[in-house]
Design a protein around this ligand. Structure first.
Ligand code: G3H
Ligand code: ZN
Length: 277
């Protein structure tokens, strides 16, 4: 069933569990993610990024389809707007019934990030919607990897108090869209952030982090673990294998179904790695 993001993430943080947050681009992603969560017996966050909205030319069609998949699932499923830089898009997600948004003003300087995030938080909280923000830009969103970016724990504590955000994305060594799983997380910094920041912490760019370090990150205090690229690799590998074995196939269902199955299998496995159940 559609479940408030705050309920899923806060319960996991209190219990020391991780929450898998996976990106939806096509309908098949949403179907695969809930299938994986149901198989694992874990809650899950389905997230749609502003980039995916740009790809589709709007939020409503893919957003409403994802909400419908969430409502029909036997698992607890939250639907989240990921990396929104536009306050208008945040407003649309709230109107459609999304359970949370990430407002990403991490490119702005600190004072501007606080001001813009604070405004979004006030409007979202009026609607009962959970807000994630980012401090200390996690690189790779634009294809430029910056694994050296770090969030300062004192500034993070101050940022949470000044903005009222419900969860905080921090830069601790990962970078977006990595195709290899060799990112080196700064576990000492995760521990210091955990000690200073009262709200659940979010790891972005988790595709580049090896399995055992994902588990260690959860144990060190990260809660929401965002994974996108890694699942697209699984999806595309299965589609590519099917197409090369069946070069005359025309029906799109024939090759998308193996992609969807591959993602469901990998999600169920990852939810175990994240101690999500
Ligand atoms: O917000 C989404 C994530 O941070 C996903 O990053 O594609 O590197 O796993 P990733
Ligand atoms: Zn991200």
């Amino acid at each position: 069933a559609l479940t408030p993001t705050g309920q899923i993430v806060d319960a996991a943080a209190a219990a020391g569990r991780g929450v898998g947050a996976f990106n939806v681009i096509q309908l098949e992603h949403a179907e695969a993610l809930v299938a994986g969560a149901e198989r694992a017996g874990a809650p899950v966050v389905l997230q749609i990024s502003e980039n995916a909205v740009r790809y589709h030319g709007g939020l409503a069609p893919i957003g409403l389809a994802t909400l419908a998949v969430a409502r029909e699932s036997s698992a607890q499923v939250a639907v989240h707007l990921d990396h929104a830089e536009s306050p208008e898009l945040v407003g649309e997600a709230v109107r459609l019934g999304f359970t949370s948004v990430m407002f990403d003003a991490s490119k702005l300087d600190y004072a501007e990030n606080v001001r813009a995030t604070r405004e979004v938080v006030l409007r979202c909280h009026d609607a009962g919607v959970h807000v994630e923000a980012e401090l200390g830009e996690v690189g790779g969103k634009d294809g430029v990897h910056a694994p050296g970016a770090r969030t300062d724990p004192d500034q993070a504590q101050e940022f949470v108090a000044a903005t009222g955000v419900d969860a905080l994305a921090v830069a601790v060594g990962s970078s977006h869209a990595m195709l290899t799983r060799d990112a080196a997380l700064d576990f000492e910094l995760i521990g210091r952030l955990r000690a200073r920041v009262s709200v659940p912490l979010v790891l972005h760019g988790s595709s580049g982090v090896p399995d055992e370090d994902l588990t260690k990150a959860v144990d060190a205090g990260m809660t929401k673990i965002n994974i996108a690229t890694h699942l697209n690799k699984a999806f595309t590998a299965a589609v590519r294998a099917y197409l090369s074995e069946n070069p005359s196939v025309v029906d799109t269902r024939k090759y998308l179904a193996p992609g969807r199955d591959a993602v469901a299998t990998e999600v169920a496995r990852l939810l175990g790695v994240l101690r999500a159940c």
